[in-house]
Design a protein around this ligand. Structure first.
Ligand code: ADP
Ligand code: GLC
Length: 493
């Protein structure tokens, strides 16, 4: 196959700028592509907080991409591009340095120019291609932040034959975030006309970035096969199910991969003790270290429930409200939580730790090290999500021999199969309906299995043998990109 040229546009990239799984995928998929000999390049904002949090990182200016200026609506935009190696990856990452827009406290903001921040990122990517005289085969766009690129390709950049054969793939990582702005931002889109915008929305006073992309991108994907089906239904479509049904023929679900260079208990340097399926007794040392770090007493044989999550509506934290205190009252068990986000959920977790001292702890914040230790030191990992496009943590859990307890939705349904002691099949605990009783049932099943050493050992073995690596998932993207190329470019006619 002729090597592919892929420009990967993203708002997050691990380890530089991360709030969730998008950052992990943005690092791992392009890395896979580069390792396969493709020309993959990543574009993201140079957020102020990257340097603030990692003063040790040295950014090098990219000589041909300095002081680029373009007119965008009423604005004269000026940006430069810097680069720095991504640890463990050969993919070049291009950080768009635009001091007027990106140095803010967060990756995402509630600032009145939030739309502009990501429009400029999108346009900067196109301007960079022009400077390089390099046209990607596929612009791979991710979520609402860069979903407007197909609109710009068809309007502001339509004159440029450089892009005549470039295609666009828009990946939905989370339909719950759509980048919907008031129609008052229209002049700030810098468009020659509004013909390609959704006219009803415009009349209703809205412009939706994700919706625009879903209508105009050549192809659409999302991050698991089940979520690809779910989003075409009213229950999961967040108002875009009709658009997605219309484009069903162009929509595919490709499960995310896991970066086992980062998430493998045999090599994980953030653990108290490395272990494999053959040395599972060493997993116990991580449990001890985890509980010790959080000030909870370790008792051999007492099981630990863990959770690492953004505290958002999506993640189903409210489903824990009833069953978790019941489980902690009725059983000798521990519960450890790591996460930040909405106050409501943080208040519940703080209250739980107060109510069950010695049994429950909540660490508020973001900690890579603790996230790894929870994966390794817990026996069960809770993901009671309302919806879950893919979910990475349940796949990490499987590798760490930690049984996921999940609701059957999205990528969770595609990766976790209910364990049945009678057949010895399955790798976790799955409940169907979004109810506290459903979750309570699954947690009880988990405790019962844990108390039966032979069954527990079988489950752990099943879990640890699963392979969700990018070596398995990456080729699906390669096939998709390749299928998008004009015949003559990719394959012999
Ligand atoms: P989402 O992207 O919806 O948040 P995923 O399961 O795909 O869900 O990915 C979440 C990623 O973010 C995982 O790598 C997880 O370990 C990480 N993560 C989430 N919250 C925290 C936190 N508070 N501290 C450290 N890592 C976190
Ligand atoms: C989103 C989804 C999550 C998915 C991640 C990476 O944040 O919530 O399920 O794994 O993106 O695709």
């Amino acid at each position: 196959m002729t090597p592919l040229k892929i420009l990967f546009l993203t708002a997050e990239l691990a380890p530089f700028a991360k709030t969730g799984g998008l950052a992990d995928v943005s690092a791992a998929l392009p890395r896979f592509l580069t390792a396969q000999g493709h020309d993959a390049r990543i574009v993201l904002p140079l957020y102020g907080r990257i340097a603030a949090r990692h003063p040790e990182i040295v950014f090098t200016p990219v000589p041909e991409l300095q002081d680029i200026k373009f007119t965008h609506g009423p604005h004269r935009v000026s940006f430069s591009v810097k680069t720095t190696p991504i640890p463990g990856s050969d993919t070049p990452a291009y950080f768009v340095d635009c001091p007027a827009l990106f140095p803010r406290d967060g990756i995402y903001t509630q600032d009145p120019d939030e739309h502009l921040r990501f429009l400029v990122l999108t346009r900067a990517a196109l301007e960079m291609c022009q400077r390089w005289a390099w046209a990607p085969d596929v612009f791979h766009l991710n979520d609402w932040h860069t979903a407007m690129l197909p609109l710009y390709l068809r309007t502001v950049y339509a004159w440029d034959r450089l892009f005549a054969h470039s295609k666009t793939l828009l990946t939905i990582h989370n339909l719950g975030h759509q980048g919907v702005f008031g129609a008052g931002i229209l002049p700030e889109l810098g468009l020659p006309d509004t013909a390609l915008l959704h006219q009803d929305d415009l009349r209703d006073g809205r412009i939706g970035f994700l919706k625009t992309g879903l209508l105009l991108a050549d192809r659409l994907s999302t991050v698991s096969p089940t979520y690809a089906k779910e989003i075409q239904t009213q229950g999961y479509g967040f108002g875009l199910d009709d658009v997605l049904r219309r484009r069903a023929g162009d929509l595919v679900g490709i499960l995310n991969g896991v970066d086992y260079d980062v998430w493998d208990p045999r090599t994980d340097t953030l653990l108290a003790a490395k272990y494999s399926e053959k040395s599972l007794h060493r997993k116990e040392k991580n449990k001890e270290a985890l509980l010790d770090a959080l000030g909870l007493p370790y008792v051999k044989g007492v099981p630990v429930f863990g959770i690492v999550t953004r505290l958002s509506h999506q993640k189903g934290i409210d489903l824990l409200y009833d069953p978790l205190p019941r489980i902690l009252s009725d059983h000798d068990a521990r519960f450890v939580a790591l996460g930040s986000g909405a106050d409501e959920y943080a208040t519940f977790l703080t209250g739980l730790a107060k109510r069950f001292p010695g049994k429950a702890r909540y660490f508020a914040g973001f900690s890579e090290k603790l996230a790894h230790l929870i994966e390794a030191g817990s026996d069960f990992f809770l993901m009671p999500s309302r919806y879950e496009p893919c979910g990475l943590n349940q796949m990490y859990s499987l590798k760490y021999g930690t049984a996921p307890i999940v609701r059957s939705t999205g990528g969770l349904a595609d990766t976790v199969q209910p364990f049945r002691a009678s057949t010895g099949e399955g790798n976790g605990f799955v409940f169907e309906h979004y109810t506290g009783d459903g979750l309570h049932w699954a947690m009880t099943q988990a405790l019962t299995t844990y108390a039966t050493p032979k069954a527990w050992r079988t489950l752990q073995k099943n879990a640890m043998s699963a392979d969700f690596s990018w070596e398995v998932q990456g080729p699906r993207y390669v096939a998709l990109y390749d299928a998008m190329r004009p015949v003559a470019a990719g394959r012999p006619a």
